[in-house]
Ligand binder design. Structure first.
Ligand code: P6P
Length: 341
Protein backbone atom coordinates (compact mmCIF):
# COMPACT_ATOMS: atom_id res chain seq x y z
CA UNK A 1 0.00 0.00 0.00
CA UNK A 2 1.50 3.36 -0.97
CA UNK A 3 1.34 5.14 2.38
CA UNK A 4 3.03 8.19 0.93
CA UNK A 5 -0.26 9.16 -0.68
CA UNK A 6 -1.85 9.61 2.73
CA UNK A 7 0.76 10.21 5.42
CA UNK A 8 -0.41 9.38 8.97
CA UNK A 9 -1.58 12.44 10.91
CA UNK A 10 0.16 11.30 14.10
CA UNK A 11 -0.91 10.31 17.62
CA UNK A 12 -3.80 12.24 19.11
CA UNK A 13 -3.80 13.17 22.79
CA UNK A 14 -6.75 10.85 23.36
CA UNK A 15 -4.95 7.86 21.83
CA UNK A 16 -1.76 8.70 23.73
CA UNK A 17 -3.62 8.89 27.04
CA UNK A 18 -5.34 5.58 26.40
CA UNK A 19 -2.04 3.89 25.45
CA UNK A 20 -0.35 5.28 28.58
CA UNK A 21 -3.25 4.35 30.83
CA UNK A 22 -1.34 1.41 32.27
CA UNK A 23 1.18 3.95 33.61
CA UNK A 24 -1.48 5.33 35.94
CA UNK A 25 -1.41 3.53 39.30
CA UNK A 26 -5.19 3.72 39.39
CA UNK A 27 -5.73 2.64 35.74
CA UNK A 28 -9.46 3.14 36.00
CA UNK A 29 -9.74 5.60 33.14
CA UNK A 30 -10.80 8.40 35.47
CA UNK A 31 -7.53 10.32 35.19
CA UNK A 32 -7.65 9.82 31.42
CA UNK A 33 -11.11 11.34 31.36
CA UNK A 34 -9.92 14.24 33.55
CA UNK A 35 -7.06 15.02 31.17
CA UNK A 36 -9.52 14.94 28.27
CA UNK A 37 -11.79 17.38 30.12
CA UNK A 38 -8.86 19.79 30.50
CA UNK A 39 -7.97 19.41 26.82
CA UNK A 40 -11.57 20.16 25.81
CA UNK A 41 -11.65 23.37 27.85
CA UNK A 42 -8.25 24.31 26.38
CA UNK A 43 -9.65 23.99 22.84
CA UNK A 44 -12.56 26.28 23.70
CA UNK A 45 -10.36 28.87 25.44
CA UNK A 46 -7.91 28.70 22.53
CA UNK A 47 -10.74 29.57 20.13
CA UNK A 48 -11.76 32.57 22.25
CA UNK A 49 -8.20 33.81 22.61
CA UNK A 50 -7.63 33.56 18.88
CA UNK A 51 -10.70 35.68 18.20
CA UNK A 52 -10.02 38.13 21.07
CA UNK A 53 -9.55 41.09 18.76
CA UNK A 54 -12.78 40.31 16.89
CA UNK A 55 -15.23 39.65 19.73
CA UNK A 56 -15.68 41.70 22.85
CA UNK A 57 -13.47 39.64 25.18
CA UNK A 58 -10.42 41.88 25.52
CA UNK A 59 -9.72 44.37 28.24
CA UNK A 60 -10.52 44.48 31.92
CA UNK A 61 -13.57 42.73 33.34
CA UNK A 62 -14.04 45.50 35.85
CA UNK A 63 -13.25 43.78 39.13
CA UNK A 64 -10.30 42.34 41.02
CA UNK A 65 -9.60 38.71 41.93
CA UNK A 66 -8.56 37.47 45.35
CA UNK A 67 -5.01 38.39 44.45
CA UNK A 68 -6.07 42.04 44.15
CA UNK A 69 -5.25 41.86 40.45
CA UNK A 70 -7.42 43.47 37.76
CA UNK A 71 -9.31 40.59 36.12
CA UNK A 72 -9.29 40.59 32.34
CA UNK A 73 -12.47 39.42 30.56
CA UNK A 74 -10.62 36.38 29.26
CA UNK A 75 -9.52 35.48 32.81
CA UNK A 76 -13.19 35.19 33.74
CA UNK A 77 -14.10 33.33 30.54
CA UNK A 78 -11.25 30.83 30.93
CA UNK A 79 -12.18 30.29 34.58
CA UNK A 80 -15.80 29.52 33.63
CA UNK A 81 -14.71 27.19 30.78
CA UNK A 82 -12.30 25.09 32.86
CA UNK A 83 -14.58 24.85 35.91
CA UNK A 84 -17.55 23.85 33.70
CA UNK A 85 -15.48 21.21 31.84
CA UNK A 86 -14.19 19.72 35.11
CA UNK A 87 -17.65 19.81 36.72
CA UNK A 88 -19.32 18.15 33.71
CA UNK A 89 -16.52 15.58 33.40
CA UNK A 90 -17.48 14.21 36.81
CA UNK A 91 -14.01 13.14 37.99
CA UNK A 92 -13.15 16.20 40.10
CA UNK A 93 -14.74 16.86 43.50
CA UNK A 94 -12.99 20.16 44.31
CA UNK A 95 -11.19 22.91 42.41
CA UNK A 96 -8.79 25.64 43.54
CA UNK A 97 -8.71 28.47 41.00
CA UNK A 98 -6.64 31.64 40.93
CA UNK A 99 -9.85 33.45 40.00
CA UNK A 100 -11.89 32.17 42.98
CA UNK A 101 -11.44 33.27 46.61
CA UNK A 102 -12.63 29.95 48.07
CA UNK A 103 -12.42 26.31 46.97
CA UNK A 104 -15.09 25.26 44.51
CA UNK A 105 -17.13 22.12 45.21
CA UNK A 106 -18.23 20.69 41.88
CA UNK A 107 -21.01 18.54 43.35
CA UNK A 108 -19.21 15.42 42.13
CA UNK A 109 -18.68 14.17 45.68
CA UNK A 110 -17.65 10.76 44.39
CA UNK A 111 -14.95 12.41 42.28
CA UNK A 112 -11.51 11.23 43.36
CA UNK A 113 -9.49 14.20 42.16
CA UNK A 114 -8.62 17.74 43.16
CA UNK A 115 -7.52 20.26 40.52
CA UNK A 116 -5.57 23.45 41.21
CA UNK A 117 -5.60 25.77 38.23
CA UNK A 118 -4.55 29.16 36.93
CA UNK A 119 -7.08 29.34 34.09
CA UNK A 120 -5.25 32.08 32.21
CA UNK A 121 -1.82 33.23 33.34
CA UNK A 122 -0.24 36.36 31.92
CA UNK A 123 -3.61 37.68 30.81
CA UNK A 124 -2.41 41.29 30.87
CA UNK A 125 -0.59 40.31 27.67
CA UNK A 126 -3.79 39.37 25.81
CA UNK A 127 -4.45 42.83 24.42
CA UNK A 128 -0.94 43.06 23.00
CA UNK A 129 -0.99 39.59 21.40
CA UNK A 130 1.74 38.05 23.56
CA UNK A 131 1.64 34.33 24.45
CA UNK A 132 -0.35 33.39 27.57
CA UNK A 133 -1.11 30.11 29.29
CA UNK A 134 -3.13 27.83 31.53
CA UNK A 135 -1.38 25.97 34.38
CA UNK A 136 -2.83 23.03 36.35
CA UNK A 137 -2.05 20.41 38.98
CA UNK A 138 -4.00 17.24 39.76
CA UNK A 139 -4.08 15.53 43.18
CA UNK A 140 -6.00 12.56 44.53
CA UNK A 141 -8.38 13.47 47.33
CA UNK A 142 -7.35 12.36 50.83
CA UNK A 143 -10.88 12.53 52.25
CA UNK A 144 -13.51 9.83 51.89
CA UNK A 145 -15.46 9.72 48.63
CA UNK A 146 -19.09 10.74 48.92
CA UNK A 147 -18.46 14.01 50.74
CA UNK A 148 -17.28 17.40 49.53
CA UNK A 149 -13.52 17.81 49.20
CA UNK A 150 -11.78 19.32 52.23
CA UNK A 151 -9.19 22.02 52.78
CA UNK A 152 -6.74 19.22 53.67
CA UNK A 153 -7.38 17.74 50.22
CA UNK A 154 -6.42 21.11 48.71
CA UNK A 155 -3.35 21.91 50.80
CA UNK A 156 -1.22 18.93 49.76
CA UNK A 157 2.43 19.63 48.98
CA UNK A 158 3.70 19.38 45.42
CA UNK A 159 5.19 15.91 45.83
CA UNK A 160 1.60 14.57 46.07
CA UNK A 161 0.72 15.70 42.54
CA UNK A 162 -0.30 12.79 40.31
CA UNK A 163 -0.32 14.95 37.17
CA UNK A 164 0.44 18.51 36.12
CA UNK A 165 0.67 20.50 32.95
CA UNK A 166 0.19 23.69 31.04
CA UNK A 167 -1.28 24.97 27.81
CA UNK A 168 0.71 27.70 26.05
CA UNK A 169 -1.42 29.78 23.65
CA UNK A 170 1.42 30.99 21.46
CA UNK A 171 2.48 30.95 17.80
CA UNK A 172 0.98 27.49 18.08
CA UNK A 173 -1.08 26.16 20.97
CA UNK A 174 0.55 23.34 22.91
CA UNK A 175 -0.50 21.18 25.82
CA UNK A 176 2.43 19.83 27.86
CA UNK A 177 1.81 17.44 30.77
CA UNK A 178 3.27 14.78 33.01
CA UNK A 179 1.75 11.99 35.09
CA UNK A 180 5.12 11.29 36.70
CA UNK A 181 6.37 9.21 33.78
CA UNK A 182 8.20 11.87 31.76
CA UNK A 183 6.89 14.93 29.93
CA UNK A 184 5.08 14.95 26.58
CA UNK A 185 4.00 17.87 24.41
CA UNK A 186 1.04 18.05 22.05
CA UNK A 187 0.44 20.65 19.38
CA UNK A 188 -3.11 21.72 18.52
CA UNK A 189 -4.28 21.32 14.93
CA UNK A 190 -7.30 23.67 14.81
CA UNK A 191 -8.52 22.40 11.44
CA UNK A 192 -9.04 18.98 13.02
CA UNK A 193 -9.74 20.15 16.57
CA UNK A 194 -7.17 17.73 17.94
CA UNK A 195 -3.93 17.87 19.94
CA UNK A 196 -1.24 15.73 18.26
CA UNK A 197 1.91 14.36 19.92
CA UNK A 198 4.67 16.68 18.67
CA UNK A 199 7.25 16.66 21.52
CA UNK A 200 7.56 13.12 22.93
CA UNK A 201 9.68 12.55 26.08
CA UNK A 202 10.65 16.20 26.59
CA UNK A 203 13.85 16.76 28.56
CA UNK A 204 15.40 20.09 29.46
CA UNK A 205 19.15 20.81 29.00
CA UNK A 206 21.14 20.48 32.23
CA UNK A 207 22.34 24.05 31.79
CA UNK A 208 21.83 27.03 29.52
CA UNK A 209 22.65 30.68 28.86
CA UNK A 210 19.19 32.25 29.20
CA UNK A 211 17.93 33.91 32.38
CA UNK A 212 14.37 35.22 32.70
CA UNK A 213 13.81 37.87 35.37
CA UNK A 214 11.99 41.19 35.67
CA UNK A 215 14.95 43.28 36.78
CA UNK A 216 12.67 46.22 37.46
CA UNK A 217 12.55 44.89 41.02
CA UNK A 218 16.36 44.64 41.23
CA UNK A 219 16.87 47.17 44.02
CA UNK A 220 14.83 45.07 46.44
CA UNK A 221 16.06 41.63 45.30
CA UNK A 222 17.84 39.44 47.87
CA UNK A 223 21.63 39.90 47.69
CA UNK A 224 22.13 36.37 46.40
CA UNK A 225 19.85 37.03 43.41
CA UNK A 226 21.65 40.29 42.64
CA UNK A 227 24.97 38.41 42.73
CA UNK A 228 23.60 35.67 40.45
CA UNK A 229 22.36 38.23 37.92
CA UNK A 230 25.83 39.81 37.91
CA UNK A 231 27.26 36.34 37.29
CA UNK A 232 24.90 35.92 34.30
CA UNK A 233 26.01 39.24 32.81
CA UNK A 234 29.70 38.47 33.37
CA UNK A 235 29.12 35.07 31.72
CA UNK A 236 27.56 36.65 28.63
CA UNK A 237 24.13 35.05 29.17
CA UNK A 238 21.03 36.38 27.38
CA UNK A 239 18.17 37.99 29.28
CA UNK A 240 14.79 36.83 27.92
CA UNK A 241 11.61 37.89 29.76
CA UNK A 242 8.19 37.69 28.13
CA UNK A 243 6.14 38.52 31.22
CA UNK A 244 4.09 35.33 30.77
CA UNK A 245 5.38 32.59 33.06
CA UNK A 246 4.20 29.75 30.81
CA UNK A 247 5.88 31.22 27.73
CA UNK A 248 9.17 31.90 29.56
CA UNK A 249 9.06 28.46 31.18
CA UNK A 250 8.30 26.68 27.89
CA UNK A 251 11.16 28.38 26.05
CA UNK A 252 13.61 27.59 28.87
CA UNK A 253 12.34 23.99 29.06
CA UNK A 254 13.25 23.47 25.40
CA UNK A 255 16.39 25.64 25.09
CA UNK A 256 17.73 25.51 28.62
CA UNK A 257 17.57 28.45 30.99
CA UNK A 258 16.34 29.65 34.34
CA UNK A 259 13.30 31.73 35.33
CA UNK A 260 13.63 33.74 38.54
CA UNK A 261 10.89 35.59 40.40
CA UNK A 262 12.37 36.38 43.84
CA UNK A 263 10.88 38.13 46.83
CA UNK A 264 10.66 41.88 46.15
CA UNK A 265 9.50 44.92 48.11
CA UNK A 266 6.21 44.72 46.16
CA UNK A 267 5.87 40.94 46.65
CA UNK A 268 7.76 40.13 49.88
CA UNK A 269 6.77 36.44 49.67
CA UNK A 270 7.32 36.28 45.93
CA UNK A 271 4.58 36.91 43.34
CA UNK A 272 3.79 33.48 41.95
CA UNK A 273 1.26 31.17 43.56
CA UNK A 274 2.51 27.94 45.06
CA UNK A 275 -0.48 25.66 44.39
CA UNK A 276 -1.32 26.38 40.75
CA UNK A 277 1.80 27.96 39.27
CA UNK A 278 4.98 26.95 41.12
CA UNK A 279 4.12 23.32 41.98
CA UNK A 280 2.57 22.54 38.59
CA UNK A 281 5.60 23.74 36.62
CA UNK A 282 7.97 22.27 39.20
CA UNK A 283 6.55 18.78 38.55
CA UNK A 284 7.07 19.28 34.81
CA UNK A 285 10.59 20.70 35.31
CA UNK A 286 11.69 17.81 37.55
CA UNK A 287 10.18 15.19 35.24
CA UNK A 288 12.13 16.77 32.35
CA UNK A 289 15.40 16.65 34.34
CA UNK A 290 15.29 20.22 35.62
CA UNK A 291 14.74 21.71 39.08
CA UNK A 292 12.42 24.10 40.89
CA UNK A 293 13.35 25.95 44.05
CA UNK A 294 12.24 28.92 46.14
CA UNK A 295 15.90 29.94 46.13
CA UNK A 296 16.79 27.87 49.16
CA UNK A 297 14.98 24.54 48.80
CA UNK A 298 12.78 22.29 46.63
CA UNK A 299 9.51 24.01 45.83
CA UNK A 300 7.45 20.80 45.88
CA UNK A 301 8.36 20.13 49.52
CA UNK A 302 6.87 23.40 50.79
CA UNK A 303 3.86 22.56 52.98
CA UNK A 304 1.00 24.84 51.82
CA UNK A 305 -0.96 26.66 54.53
CA UNK A 306 -3.17 28.88 52.35
CA UNK A 307 -4.91 28.33 49.00
CA UNK A 308 -3.37 31.36 47.31
CA UNK A 309 -0.06 31.53 49.09
CA UNK A 310 2.85 32.90 47.10
CA UNK A 311 6.44 31.78 46.79
CA UNK A 312 9.70 32.89 45.26
CA UNK A 313 10.43 30.77 42.20
CA UNK A 314 13.68 29.68 40.59
CA UNK A 315 12.92 27.07 37.91
CA UNK A 316 14.57 25.52 34.87
CA UNK A 317 17.87 23.83 34.03
CA UNK A 318 19.16 21.91 37.05
CA UNK A 319 22.69 23.33 37.09
CA UNK A 320 21.39 26.89 36.75
CA UNK A 321 18.95 26.44 39.65
CA UNK A 322 21.79 24.97 41.70
CA UNK A 323 23.93 28.03 40.89
CA UNK A 324 21.22 30.41 42.08
CA UNK A 325 20.93 28.46 45.34
CA UNK A 326 24.72 28.62 45.68
CA UNK A 327 24.69 32.42 45.43
CA UNK A 328 21.75 32.61 47.85
CA UNK A 329 23.59 30.42 50.41
CA UNK A 330 26.81 32.43 50.01
CA UNK A 331 25.01 35.73 50.59
CA UNK A 332 23.30 34.44 53.75
CA UNK A 333 26.65 33.15 55.02
CA UNK A 334 28.31 36.50 54.30
CA UNK A 335 25.48 38.31 56.11
CA UNK A 336 25.82 35.96 59.12
CA UNK A 337 29.58 36.61 59.22
CA UNK A 338 29.04 40.37 59.25
CA UNK A 339 26.42 40.00 62.00
CA UNK A 340 28.73 37.76 64.05
CA UNK A 341 31.67 40.19 63.91
P1 P6P B 1 5.86 41.07 36.49
C1 P6P B 1 1.70 37.19 35.08
O1 P6P B 1 0.97 38.12 35.86
C2 P6P B 1 2.63 36.47 36.03
O2 P6P B 1 1.89 35.80 36.99
C3 P6P B 1 3.54 35.53 35.26
O3 P6P B 1 2.91 34.97 34.16
C4 P6P B 1 4.69 36.42 34.85
O4 P6P B 1 5.91 35.72 34.71
C5 P6P B 1 4.77 37.41 36.02
O5 P6P B 1 3.50 37.41 36.65
C6 P6P B 1 5.05 38.81 35.52
O6 P6P B 1 5.17 39.63 36.65
O7 P6P B 1 5.96 41.59 37.90
O8 P6P B 1 7.21 40.83 35.85
O9 P6P B 1 4.94 41.86 35.61
Amino acid sequence: MNDKLALPVGTTLDRFIMRKQEDFPFATGELSQLLRDIALAAKIVNREINRAGLIDVTGAYGQQNVQGEEQQKLDVIANIRFIRALRNGGEVCTIISEEEDEIIHTGNNKGRYIVAIDPLDGSSNIDVNVSIGTIFSIYRRLSESGEEGTMEDCLQNGTHQIAAGYIVYGSSTMLVYTTGHGVNGFTYEPSLGEFFLSHPNMTTPKTGTIYSCNEGGYNSFPEGIKNYLSFCKESGYSGRYIGSLVADFHRNLIKGGVYIYPATAKSPKGKLRLLYECNSLAFIAEQAGGKASDGTGRIMEIEPTELHQRSSLVIGSAEMVDKVEEFMKASVKAADTVTAN
